[in-house]
Design a protein around this ligand. Structure first.
Ligand code: PEP
Ligand code: MG
Length: 547
């Protein structure tokens, strides 16, 4: 029977599935047979084996992945943890139980510290599972090793797992949990891995079953017929052909320009964006640079990083977002208090305003980067609620010498107040991921509500229209920088609603460029009107296709 979920991107993959092993059950709290020395020796051997394996995997992966894996290997060699395990074995626990308890105690300690330390508790849990798996003689949790390509099926994947995926082996990703705009999904899209998330029944797929997964259709077909396989393969080839079409600037069939920009997370993303034809940067997620920092970055450090990115785009627009800390992206130096609902908490501009020196330092660094490079720097604030917050940010940034200053539309209240917002800001960029999350009241991290996380919903589109109309009336730019811009059909509708630029992961540029070239502005507007008049996301998608 076919399975459904929420597709990330437009990719198609055909291949056998491999299940990510389930987490191990908690080891029994039973006494060991009596030989504490043998029990501890086995535990020590497991610690050493896991440390060696993590180090070796790090060396193979290289780059940022190596740092993540080496940090995990260090945890497996931590003498304090080994001492604690020994003490528990001496007190009668089995090696497995002692490892479980010692790591859990340490994890609790980290969680109690909050922020960055609490984030590391997950990594510690992963190391503990690996050591216990070794002691049990069962496969370690984590992405299975395989000589041949496969489609990975998992309950969920951490961003760190996704970053490490071997692209020669992993053809696609299917998860039971996770929303289409979770950061795991965003990473999958940036690596061009077809992914379908929030798939009920994913874990019932038997290892080795051949499936077709079609992210654009949100569909997984197990044991497909030869005809379906042939059709899927020809569509995969057609997609590859689109990617090789010569790069031109983004434009509609009637010549209306729609600049296509890149979403980036570090200066290292610059060259690939340029190579794939980005006409500038529409969203630089600066907080990605500092996810592991315990203290606020210096002005000097920031200036170097921002200048490095800007230097790839002389004469081009680069939109840099002020640190967007909180919810799924906590920064230790900006978010400390525990919040029951962090997505509704002190995040984005709210957190920056509460720690104003950090905002001043970032804006100072950006002003220096503006002066030091030939790029056209635009600066914007995340999570802005209304015109008062807009004025606060714009006035502050301009008082420090920044030329072009705007805000992101991610909170529905900002769209409702769009006329006032445009009176205060030079531009608005719509973050459709959060705008959808808040409009639909559906946590973007949660698989159980993934179906609500659909920017095609007419409620979201109506808010975009309010922003588009207000932007046109003010004669100002209305960008889109959420994942919605990377969906070619939706990109057309967004232009019809008044978007003047689209920004996306560079991997999506070719598909969107090709689709825009097939419609005129009048046709895009007609499709937008049809979508706005629908009552559901699926209805809007169908109505836009038919219009
Ligand atoms: C968004 O919310 O749409 C956005 C672009 O920001 P992020 O995905 O980083 O929250
Ligand atoms: Mg956002």
């Amino acid at each position: 029977m076919d399975l459904r979920g929420v597709g990330v991107g437009r990719g198609i993959a055909v291949g056998p599935i491999r299940r990510m092993p389930d987490p191990l059950p908690e080891p029994d709290d039973a006494a060991h047979p009596g030989d504490a020395a043998a029990e501890f020796a086995a535990a020590q051997a497991a610690f050493a084996a896991v440390a060696a394996e993590l180090t070796a995997r790090g060396a193979t992966a290289g780059g940022a992945a190596r740092d993540v894996l080496e940090a995990a290997a260090m945890m497996a060699q931590d003498p304090t943890l080994a001492d604690d395990v020994k003490a528990r074995i001496d007190a009668g626990k089995t090696g497995q139980r002692a490892v479980f308890e010692a790591f859990r105690a340490f994890q609790d300690l980290l969680i109690g510290m909050g922020g960055y330390m609490a984030e590391r508790a997950t990594d510690l849990g992963d190391v503990s599972q690996r050591i216990i798996a070794h002691l049990r003689g069962v496969p370690a949790p984590g992405v299975p090793q395989s000589e041949t390509p496969f489609i990975l099926v998992a309950t969920d994947l951490a961003p760190a797992d996704t970053a490490l995926l071997d692209l020669d082996k992993v053809l696609g990703l299917i998860t039971r949990e996770g929303g289409p705009t979770s950061h795991t999904a965003i990473l999958a899209r940036s690596k061009s891995i077809p992914a379908i998330v929030g798939v009920t029944g994913a874990l019932e797929l038997v290892d080795g079953t051949l499936v077709i997964m079609d992210a654009a259709a949100d569909l997984i077909t197990p044991a497909p017929s030869a005809a379906l396989i042939a059709d899927a393969k020809s569509r995969i080839a057609a997609r590859a052909a689109v990617a090789s079409i010569p790069i031109v600037d983004g434009a509609l069939a009637d010549g209306t320009k729609v600049p296509l920009l890149a979403n980036v997370g570090s200066p290292e993303d610059g060259p690939a964006a340029v190579e794939l034809g980005a006409e500038g940067v529409g969203l630089f997620r600066t907080e990605f640079l500092f996810l592991d920092s315990k203290t606020a970055p210096s002005v000097q450090d920031q200036q170097e990083k921002y200048s490095a990115l800007l230097s790839y785009f002389p004469g081009k627009k680069v939109v840099v977002r002020a640190l967007d800390a909180g919810a799924d992206k906590p920064l230790a130096f900006l978010n400390s208090a525990h919040e029951e609902n962090p997505a509704l908490g002190l995040r984005g501009l709210r957190a920056l305003r509460a720690s104003e020196q950090i905002l001043l330092d970032q804006l100072t660094a950006l002003k220096a980067a503006q002066d030091a490079t030939a790029a056209d720097l635009w600066v914007m604030a995340p999570m802005v609620a209304d015109a008062e917050e807009t004025r606060y940010f714009v006035e502050l940034a301009k008082s420090l010498g920044l030329k072009t200053v705007g805000v992101m539309a991610e909170v529905p209240s900002l769209a409702v107040m769009a006329d006032q917002v445009f009176a205060a800001a030079d531009f608005v960029s719509v973050g459709t991921n959060d705008l959808t999350q808040y409009t639909m009241a559906a946590d973007r991290m949660l698989g159980s509500v993934a179906s609500y996380q659909d920017p095609w919903h007419p409620a979201v589109l109506r808010l975009v229209k309010m922003l588009g109309d207000a932007g046109a009336a003010a004669g100002k730019s209305v960008g889109i920088c959420g994942e919605a811009a990377a969906d070619p059909q939706l990109a057309v509708v967004l232009v019809g609603l008044g978007a003047t630029t689209l920004s996306m992961t560079p991997a999506a540029l070719a598909d969107v460029r090709a689709e825009l070239a097939t419609v005129t502005l009048e046709q895009a507007r007609r499709k937008a009107l049809a979508a706005l008049a629908s009552s559901t996301a699926a209805g809007a998608r169908a109505a836009a296709a038919a219009a």
